[in-house]
Design a protein around this ligand. Structure first.
Ligand SMILES: [Zn+2]
Ligand SMILES: [Zn+2]
Length: 228
């Protein structure tokens, strides 16, 4: 049994990579005030619901989460560990930003983040100039304020031009989607014009660098923009 009651950053590496993956997803759901549901975790992680149930039981035993009729929630130790996991993941993404295509940063960082020491984390943070977001525009723990004015693309009216700022963490889990967005230049910093919204079709069409791109509302809801 992992004793996480007084977890310090050096001890995070002792948590298995599976637990670290769960921690980061639960962190995002809790932060966004979304209920932490087993079936949703199973879908995002590509595992079966019984596997999720077993892992959640293990995390409860280890003092990272609580499960009751009020739902599944991170404990204080769970929040603390999750923040470290998220920060290390995002710093790894930045570390590889010049080496790999944007759409592959997340999955590669995912392979490496589990092994970082707190010494490397601190050094990277300084060297990277204390970034407030990851290369997908998602806030580092403690930097939520930085992204608070960015709104989902689904809230924009036809005719408006906006700047893409963020592709939500839960969309980062979908490698195919990231690859598609990168091919179509729907990445942070790019200006797009909303040209058509078809509520009956649940689609929104934007013009990116002169090309029309049609997105489903589910995907558009994960894309956050700044009105400028
Ligand atoms: Zn990521
Ligand atoms: Zn990212």
């Amino acid at each position: 049994m992992t004793n996480v009651t007084n977890l310090d950053t050096a001890e995070i590496s002792s948590l298995s990579s599976t637990i670290q993956d769960y921690l980061s997803l639960i962190y995002v759901m809790e932060r966004d005030r979304e209920p932490v549901v087993g079936s949703r975790l199973a879908e995002l992680l590509g595992v079966t619901p019984p596997t999720v149930t077993n892992t959640l039981k293990r995390m409860t035993r280890d003092g990272l989460i609580t499960m009751s009729k009020d739902g599944t929630h991170l404990t204080e130790a769970g929040w603390k560990a999750a923040r470290v996991v998220m920060r290390r993941h995002m710093l790894m993404e930045w570390m590889m930003v010049r080496t790999l295509p944007w759409s592959q940063l997340h999955s590669e960082a995912h392979q490496l983040e589990h092994a970082i020491s707190s010494m490397t984390e601190t050094a990277l943070m300084e060297q990277l100039g204390r970034p407030q977001t990851c290369p997908h525009g998602n806030p580092l723990p403690g930097c939520d304020e930085f992204v608070k004015d960015w709104i989902p693309l689904t809230k924009i009216s036809p005719g408006e031009t906006v700047t893409i700022r963020r592709i939500h963490e839960l969309a980062e889990e979908n490698a195919q989607l990231l690859g598609y967005l990168e091919t179509k230049h729907i990445i942070p910093g790019v200006r797009v014009a909303v040209t058509e919204i078809l509520p009956f079709n649940q689609t929104i069409t934007v013009e990116v660098e002169g090309q029309p791109v049609t997105l489903g509302n589910a995907v558009a809801g994960y894309i956050f923009v700044e009105i400028q």
